[in-house]
Design a protein around this ligand. Structure first.
Ligand SMILES: *Cc1c(COP(=O)(O)O)cnc(C)c1O
Length: 429
């Protein structure tokens, strides 16, 4: 049957799941750790990756796979998997193709947790990272590569710096060196940007944010475009292009093709060994959230633009960053990659610096102080004293986070109510 091309709105609601006659209309929660087989031989085929099927929910579960298939459809990928968190997704995405002695080029403007994962924890595993400016020129990017470089990593819209990555440029340089570009698309979501259309090869998500959208379930996702040809630089990717002894010598690219090798390996090896699996309950909640993602993103962006404009005109506000705001440093890149809207997060500094920022946040009644971001309820955070507190001032600056930065995540409440709340809090400083 020819594949019918569906729009993003339809995929949010119905992607990945088409129940047959008499089956549940909503994605069923398969709350089972294990699955029954008639013979040991049947089950043995699954362990040898000769047949596909479920045997233990640490590796794969039908509810998780259905929701992953929806996100895969939204991103336009070839295969996807859910993980227990966004952190696990980014760890797996890199560790699946990089080992001790290898090197990765990453944008310096990334989520604080990812920075720590790369610069501290994965460095302890022997993987070296070079952090480059998200605004790096082609020459500066080139200079960051080494013979042992295995991937390039960046965020579509960085959390919380709100820089917009030139995906096409990063992809071009990555491909020239025979390595994939991994994009964390958490803030834009596939509703506003589909990185594969601009040359990215792997997309990751913290589904904890807009995808769930209600602050209910921590989760992550990895999607493969299926277009990166690992065999063209086979010497760089022995894990995909040479036999896996822990699976009776199968070679992933041969058995599963370039469309399936990467996610199959991440599931068969990394999920088996690390077990960062998402629970079926969380996957169900994520699936519910996805059904309204397209409607919510529109409102998040509408509210954020109104608030960014209001803040920019306010006498007590020192500066505002919002890539959807005309005049913003990243406005033109945002127009190119996200013509329909960027995200619901606005960063700004109030006059009076850190002390004034704290006073302002305390006075808000609708915007709650949370380490969270990107859900239906408005929240705000002072990263320098929370998510990014492990960084010194130089690292903060490289990550695009000034000490006075307030990250204000617009929910989907009424924008006039939010502006009134902001005005009252600004009046208190
Ligand atoms: C929150 C976040 C993460 C980490 O995700 P968790 O689900 O909290 O583990 C990674 N990347 C970005 C851009 C994020 O905003």
């Amino acid at each position: 049957m020819a594949e019918i091309k569906r729009s993003i709105e339809t995929l949010c609601v119905q992607g990945g799941y088409s129940p047959k006659n008499g089956e549940p209309r909503q994605i069923p929660i398969i709350q089972s750790t294990t699955f029954k087989y008639a013979t040991s031989e049947d089950m043995g085929k699954l362990f040898d990756l000769e047949a596909s099927g479920y045997f233990y929910s640490r590796l794969q579960n039908p509810t998780c796979d259905t929701v992953a298939a929806r996100i895969c459809a939204l991103e336009g990928g070839s295969a996807a998997m859910l993980t227990s968190s966004g952190q696990a997704a980014n760890f797996f995405a890199v560790f699946n193709i990089a080992s001790a002695g290898d090197h990765v080029v990453a944008s310096s403007a990334i989520y604080g947790g990812t920075y720590n994962l790369f610069a501290v924890t994965m460095k302890r595993m022997g993987i070296d990272f070079t952090f480059v400016s998200p605004d790096a020129s082609e020459e500066e990017l080139e200079a960051a590569f080494r013979p042992e470089t295995k991937a390039v990593f960046g965020e579509t819209i960085a959390n919380p710096a709100l820089t917009v990555l030139d995906i096409e440029l990063f992809a071009k340089v990555a491909h020239r060196h025979g390595v994939p570009l991994i994009i964390d698309n958490t803030f834009a979501t596939p509703v506003n940007c589909r990185p594969f259309e601009w040359g990215a090869d792997i997309v990751t998500h913290s589904t904890t944010k807009y995808m769930d959208g209600h602050g209910s379930a921590v989760g992550g996702c990895i999607v493969d475009s299926g277009r990166f040809d690992w065999t063209k630089s086979a010497e760089k990717f022995p894990g995909l292009c040479t036999p896996d002894d822990s699976y009776h010598g199968i070679t992933y690219v041969e058995r599963f093709g370039i469309e399936g090798a990467y996610i199959t390996k991440a599931t068969a090896q990394l999920m088996r060994d690390f077990g960062c699996t998402q629970s079926p309950q969380s996957a169900f909640i994520l699936g519910l959230g996805l059904e309204s993602l397209h409607v919510r993103m529109e409102r998040h962006c509408e509210n954020a633009l109104a608030i960014a404009k209001h803040l920019a005109a306010h006498e007590k506000v020192e500066w505002v960053t919002y890539p959807g705001l005309e005049g913003d440093k990243y406005y033109h890149l945002a127009e190119k990659y996200m013509p329909n809207g960027t995200c619901g997060v606005v960063s700004f500094g109030v006059k009076g610096g850190r002390a004034a920022a704290e006073k302002f946040m305390k006075a808000l009644t609708l915007g709650a102080i949370e380490t969270h971001v990107a859900d239906a309820r408005t929240c705000c955070l002072h990263p320098a004293s929370a998510t990014h507190r492990q960084m010194n001032d130089d690292e903060l600056r490289a990550a695009g986070v000034s000490p006075d930065l307030i990250r204000y995540s617009c929910g989907i409440e009424n924008k006039d109510d939010l502006i009134a709340d902001i005005d009252a809090a600004l009046a208190s400083i």
